[in-house]
Design a protein around this ligand. Structure first.
Ligand code: GAR
Length: 218
């Protein structure tokens, strides 16, 4: 982890939980896939007991797809343009996940807002990473929103997914100060570094809860 800036991660989780058999996860990603890559690396180095059963992407040009191919991870491209409506698109994702015997759905840079039907199909089994300190700056362009707002502190959050966008109980957050020298690129870089720390640990925590019969916090 880059030590050139100060940050705070909470809660502190120093070790990954052990999962035997490995925790079966599916990754939903739309973009570059650096968070996905971090999970691949941890899994390959046997530091983290996860079995990445599948990548689902809605973008056939996405970097995450190349990463799946390079690491021999199964993948499926499911694009809205191939379906008559959003419901059919979501149904295909639901059916694909259900066929794959998945314990946890991980949105790692998934840029589509999903319906209540989708979220409820995997109730308490979906987590999402978002580049802000939720509940601030939900939705698109969260980093830009924080800059425009004149925020002095920002960061990233991992949370269980509820039907309302970027809502649901928080699992981990990371925060740092925005300096006068910062811009969208430097903030984005810092957020990614922190995301690569908190996403795996949040998966570990969520997996532990799910294996122990997690029914949500309500
Ligand atoms: C991450 O910063 C993630 O927080 C963000 O997309 C980026 C994906 O990076 N997600 C969202 O904005 C979801 N609303 P990556 O493709 O390099 O993992």
């Amino acid at each position: 982890m880059d030590q050139s800036f100060n940050y705070l991660i909470s809660p502190e989780i120093s070790k990954f939980r052990n999962f035997s058999p490995k925790l079966k996860i599916v990754i939903l990603a739309s973009g570059e896939g650096s968070n996905f890559q971090k999970l691949i690396d941890l899994s390959n180095s046997n530091k983290f007991d996860i079995d990445i059963k599948l990548l689902i992407t809605n973008n056939s040009e996405a970097g995450c797809l190349l990463r799946a191919k390079k690491s021999n991870i199964s993948y499926k491209i499911i694009q809205t343009s191939d379906y008559d409506n959003k419901e059919y698109f979501e149904d295909e994702i639901i059916n694909t996940i259900k066929k794959n015997d998945i314990e946890l759905v991980v949105m790692a840079g998934w840029m589509k807002i999903m319906s209540s039907k989708f979220v409820n199909a995997f109730k308490n089994k979906i987590i999402n990473i978002h580049p802000s300190l939720l509940p601030s700056f939900k939705g698109n362009k969260a980093i830009k929103q924080a800059i425009t707002n004149g925020s002095k502190i920002t960061g990233c959050s991992v949370h269980f997914v509820e039907p309302e966008v970027d809502s649901g109980s928080l699992i981990m957050q990371a925060a740092f100060s925005i300096s006068d020298q910062d811009n969208i690129d430097s903030i984005s870089k810092k957020i990614h570094l922190l995301e690569h720390e908190i996403l795996p640990k949040s998966i570990s925590q969520a997996g532990y809860l799910i294996r122990n019969g997690f029914k949500g916090n309500d």
